[in-house]
Design a binder for this molecule. Structure first.
Ligand SMILES: [Zn+2]
Length: 355
């Protein structure tokens, strides 16, 4: 006899409990920590991000009576995670805060997961959708893509700090969000042709972020608070989509595989979101979507749309297209069908103006 659980598997969704978006919300760190009952905190940050937000965060927490320590990280590797885990245990941190860009956030997130402590995400840039997700990308785990970690209990997105960060990061974040236009279609395709589970709600949520950012491209380019908020809310929406699906599938398909392939073969890869943005133009053509409209919105935002814009030579783009699916063979995408050889890959990149 099958148990009720076997017939209807329990689907667990972990979502952030508090999400703060707005100007100077970093000041709200104390009430958030008090509300959550934290008495000790470990701040994971980098040298630059310490000046931008880490120092201020530490000052706030200490003023609020929390025992706080800072640990500086320079890379997102398993070794570094090990050091953070050690420190968190040594000071018995109730919460681990990731303050900064992707690297600090990923390290803090995975360390919180490994020590069963609460994770608070405090991004200083809006460069990718990991800021509110439960997945982390850390080197040394034998794969270039994300692994399961903790969902943040709180996300503190200070739009003033993010608006003052180099615009390149925000434009890259838009590339990551816009790429969901094909990633969600890849997921649906995997459902239709490969029998994968597909969650319509998570798919719609991810797609909505992409459509919203494309529509608001001119506002984003003007760097208005409204534009920045659109990007931040879309990044949260993508993170929530991943949490609901319990996987990166609603946010990571063929355009992401293309980006992972570039990370693997290029001497100097561009930013993750920039590569996903160029990837989505080509993958949209394979999906028979309106790839020109996608390219146009990226152009308005000021994100790269060509190999040159990524600082890559055409051959690297062609090679990345041919090996992309092999990076993660089990994730069925349009590339599983297209089976691009060098000739087809070059034609695709040329016809979309990428090379
Ligand atoms: Zn991404």
């Amino acid at each position: 006899m099958t148990s009720p659980e076997q017939r209807h598997p329990i689907h667990r969704i972990d979502l952030p409990r508090i999400v703060l978006v707005g100007e100077s919300v970093l000041d709200k760190l104390i009430p958030v920590c008090q509300e959550l009952g934290f008495k000790t905190a470990l701040i994971v940050t980098g040298k630059t991000t310490y000046n931008v937000a880490g120092e201020k965060a530490q000052k706030h927490l200490e003023e609020g009576g929390l025992d706080t320590e800072c640990i500086f990280v320079e890379d997102a590797t398993l070794d570094t995670v090990g050091k953070v885990v050690e420190k968190a245990e040594e000071i018995d941190a109730h919460a681990i805060l990731g303050v900064g860009g992707g690297r600090n956030i990923d390290v803090a997130k995975l360390s919180a997961f490994k020590t069963s402590r609460s994770f608070i995400s405090v991004p200083t840039v809006a460069s990718h959708d990991g800021i509110a997700s439960s997945l982390a990308s850390v080197k040394g785990m034998g794969r270039p893509y994300t692994v399961r970690a903790s969902s943040p209990i709180a996300v503190i997105m200070d739009s003033k700090i993010i608006a003052e960060s180099p615009y390149r990061f925000t434009a890259a974040g838009c590339g990551d969000i816009i790429s969901k236009a094909t990633e969600v279609r890849d997921w649906r395709l995997a459902h239709d042709e490969n029998g994968d589970y597909y969650g319509g709600y998570a798919g719609s949520l991810s797609l909505m972020g992409s459509e919203h950012v494309m529509r608001e491209a001119p506002l984003i380019k003007e760097r208005t608070q409204e534009g920045i908020r659109t990007v931040l809310e879309a990044l949260v929406s993508c993170g929530v989509a991943m949490s609901i699906a319990g996987s990166s599938k609603p946010t990571s398909g063929s355009a992401h595989l293309f980006s992972h392939a570039i990370d693997k073969i290029a001497e100097k890869p561009a930013l993750h979101g920039e590569q996903c943005g160029v990837g989505v133009i080509m993958m949209a053509k394979l999906h028979n979507l309106k790839w020109r409209a996608i390219r146009k919105s990226l152009q308005i935002i000021g994100a790269p749309t060509t190999a040159e814009g990524l600082g890559l030579d055409p051959d690297t783009v062609v090679e990345a297209l041919t090996i992309a699916q092999s990076i993660r063979p089990e994730r069925y995408t349009i590339l599983s069908k297209a089976k691009l050889d060098k000739r087809k890959a070059r034609k695709l990149a040329e016809s979309t103006g990428v090379i």
